[in-house]
Design a binder for this molecule. Structure first.
Ligand code: NAP
Length: 259
């Protein structure tokens, strides 16, 4: 299926590894030129080179922390008028809310709510003027089914979700859509780190906890970043202009909601 976005420009945040990288690959496979953002230069340059080689698209790499004002400025300087924006950043740490002070909350809200909102603000009017825009925010299944130890994530992402629900219904008239993708467990470095922590807390082997978690999912496995990226690319397609303001779970059916 040709998604009709060949030659479009995408700014993909937090994209050297994991889910962001999956989105970058899938967009590049559709002929989209990319600007990728991540903090560590080495893996970012490697990802950019691999995508250029595999798909023959233009790829710029911006080494920056997207949760900072200077990081966002650098990303937008490299890609001032994207047709596609994929918002992503690392997730906040787990813990007990009694241990979190105001700074912890401000950091989570900054990274997982205000950063995507500020990037949307920077690009959405240009998209409307040009008559095409696709914005995808990577959030979490925790938006629909909050996870107690991820209180910082639950709170910050709920704020983004509420904001998007309003704006997405204003911009769709101008062929600019905004949707959220809600990952369940995906086999990425982040999930490995989480499971390493659980395994060490429970004094059990990593593989045992990893396999147990996979078996608990209705699909009997974790998701892989490539299939996440395909869903993102679909939402960015020319024919997806009637899909907006949605929160799409990609979780193997892990969250059981009837509606
Ligand atoms: P990951 O495998 O750890 O990859 C994170 C990517 O983002 C890396 O490329 C990293 O590169 C980059 N990054 C992180 N913080 C950044 C920042 N401040 N500025 C720029 N780049 C940044 O993580 P993931 O599993 O793909 O997760 C992506 C998002 O989905 C996170 O918010 C996570 O909480 C959420 N999520 C993931 C899962 C899952 O199972 N994987 C489930 C639910 C929600 P650098 O470190 O070099 O910056």
């Amino acid at each position: 299926m040709d998604l009709g976005i060949r030659g479009r420009k995408a700014l993909v945040c937090a994209a050297s590894r994991g889910l962001g990288r999956g989105c970058a690959d899938a967009l590049a496979a559709e002929g989209v030129d990319l600007t990728l953002v991540a903090r560590s230069a080495g893996p970012l340059e490697e990802a950019a080179a691999a995508i250029r080689d595999a798909y023959g698209v233009q790829v710029s790499a911006v080494c920056a922390d997207i949760t900072t004002e200077s990081g966002r400025a650098a990303a937008l300087a490299a890609c001032p008028d994207p047709d596609i924006l994929v918002n992503n950043a690392g997730g906040p740490p787990p813990g007990d809310f009694r241990d979190w002070d105001r700074d912890d909350w401000v950091a989570a809200v900054d990274a997982n709510m205000l950063t995507p909102i500020l990037l949307i603000k920077s690009v959405v009017d240009g998209m409307l003027e040009r008559g095409f825009g696709r914005i995808v925010n990577i959030t979490s299944s925790a938006v629909k089914s909050p996870i107690p130890i991820l209180g910082l994530s639950n709170g910050a992402r709920a704020g983004l979700t509420g904001f998007v629900a309003g704006l997405a219904r204003e911009t769709v008239r101008g062929n600019v859509t905004i949707n959220n993708l809600l990952p369940g467990p995906f086999a990425t470095d982040r999930l490995k780190a989480t499971i390493e922590t659980v395994a060490s807390q429970q004094q059990r082997p990593f593989d045992e906890v990893w396999n147990e978690r996979m078996a608990q999912n209705p699909a009997g496995r974790f998701g892989n970043p490539a299939e996440f990226g395909q869903a993102c690319a679909f939402l960015c397609g020319a024919s997806a202009g009637y899909i907006t303001g949605q929160n799409l779970l990609i979780d193997g059916g892990g969250v059981n909601l009837t509606l």
